[in-house]
Design a protein around this ligand. Structure first.
Ligand code: LLP
Length: 381
């Protein structure tokens, strides 16, 4: 099999999905959507669809990929700051569950396009709650300075405006404070902020049917083998405990990384080992074009030598072939001696890996393969 490639363990994915369904099912009116942006590999989408959860899309392409995988429109929510007319029309034509609207101009366009079709579009407003998610700046979304959502001070005005539109049905509020959040306190803060906003609106006679809290639950990139399934029990419990949910209110979740992150690995072959006096480099055939997270967010992914597990260990910088200094998977990592031709696995790469791959340097995109269980190199090569 041509390296580099992604390998997905579908047994782990299914176990993760079962845990999500079990833990969210403990509570009334909790609905989970998978954030397609994390991984849209057709087999992965298919398995997620079969589990029964819904999807959260941020483009027409993602809506189409979800429909192709068999997701029913009533389980599709659609977010994004820059929905184009074509994308809105697709959502309207397919009768998706809800548009998560991020501005007044977008609201007007949805109303007009729905009017042309004699339809009524369900909408939630995405609110910028100004809650700090204590994560990498590039993946924090809920602070005042981020481009996402509508400032809380404008909320009442836009809701009143929506309520006066004949082709819009206002359903509730949508939030998303950021990604790779490990400290549950950030979700508690989000709950308090939501409670404040919902009760303020209630005082103004506005009823909320849907509270969509977004995604963001992180995974253990440092010890993936010890923690293959994130702590969904504590996660859902935070919202059940701290959100003042009324009986009729639905709570929606949009989980991406925590669903697929740990089930994927990037498999790469060592092209050269190069010693420079100061450093020992393992130069592999995967690059930042295949997995951009270390270059873009200084993200850490554990690396394993699949070919050799014996001592001695040496200290390596594991780097790709791309003509960019940031094309580095990890520095000063201790690994069993690496030789040309060895296979390395870059772990926890199921989310924002394959889907963010590019063709920079005229490279081919990595393929994704699935197997029901841990990777057996002998079977794959
Ligand atoms: N909902 C909305 C509105 C979002 O913007 C996102 C992610 C999610 C849900 C899913 O969040 P998750 O559960 O996966 O944290 N490429 C970056 C992550 C970008 C996340 C963008 N939004 C990375 O590789 O870390």
């Amino acid at each position: 099999m041509k390296t580099p490639f992604y390998y997905y363990n579908t047994a782990l994915l299914k176990q993760t999905l079962n845990t999500i369904i079990k833990e969210s099912g403990t509570y009334n009116n909790f609905f989970v959507h998978y954030a397609v942006k994390a991984n849209a590999n057709p087999t992965i989408l298919q398995i997620i669809q079969e589990s029964g959860i819904g999807v959260d899309c941020v483009s027409g392409g993602e809506i189409q990929a979800s429909l192709n995988a068999g997701f029913v429109p009533e389980k599709i929510v659609f977010a994004g700051v820059g929905k184009t007319d074509y994308e809105i029309e697709l959502g309207l034509d397919k009768n998706i569950l809800c548009f998560n609207v991020e501005s007044q101009p977008e609201l007007e366009v949805i109303n007009a396009l729905a009017g042309k079709r004699n339809k009524v579009a369900n909408i939630c407003f995405r609110v910028n709650p100004n809650v700090d998610a204590h994560t990498h700046d590039n993946i924090a979304t809920g602070k005042q300075e981020n481009k996402f959502g509508i400032p809380a001070r404008d909320l009442l005005r836009v809701i009143q405006c929506a309520n006066n539109m004949s082709n819009i049905k206002f359903k509730g509020l949508h939030f998303h404070i950021g990604s790779q959040i490990l400290d549950m306190i950030d979700f508690r803060h989000l709950c308090s902020r939501i409670n404040e906003l919902v009760s303020e609106l209630k005082l103004n006679g506005i009823n909320i049917d849907i509270i969509n809290v977004g995604g963001g639950l992180g995974i253990d990139y440092n010890k993936p083998e010890n923690n293959p399934i994130p702590n969904f029990k504590d996660y859902f419990n935070i919202f059940a405990t701290y959100l003042n949910q009324e009986e009729h209110q639905e709570i929606h979740f949009e989980l991406g990384r925590s669903v697929v992150g740990q089930c994927g690995q990037l498999i790469t072959k060592v092209t050269y080992v190069k010693e420079t006096g100061q450093k020992r480099f393992a130069i592999v055939d995967a690059g930042m074009t295949d997995l951009i997270r270390p270059a873009l967010y200084h993200a850490h992914h554990e690396i394993r030598n699949l070919t050799n597990s014996k001592t001695p260990y040496y200290i390596y910088d594991v780097v790709g072939p791309i003509c960019e200094s940031s094309d580095v998977f990890d520095t000063d990592v201790s690994l069993p001696e690496i030789h040309r031709g060895d296979y390395l696995a870059i772990l926890s790469a199921g989310a924002y890996g394959e889907i963010m791959a590019s063709q920079y340097n005229c490279r081919t995109l990595p393929q994704g393969y699935v197997g029901e269980g841990k990777l057996d190199l002998a079977q794959i090569l």
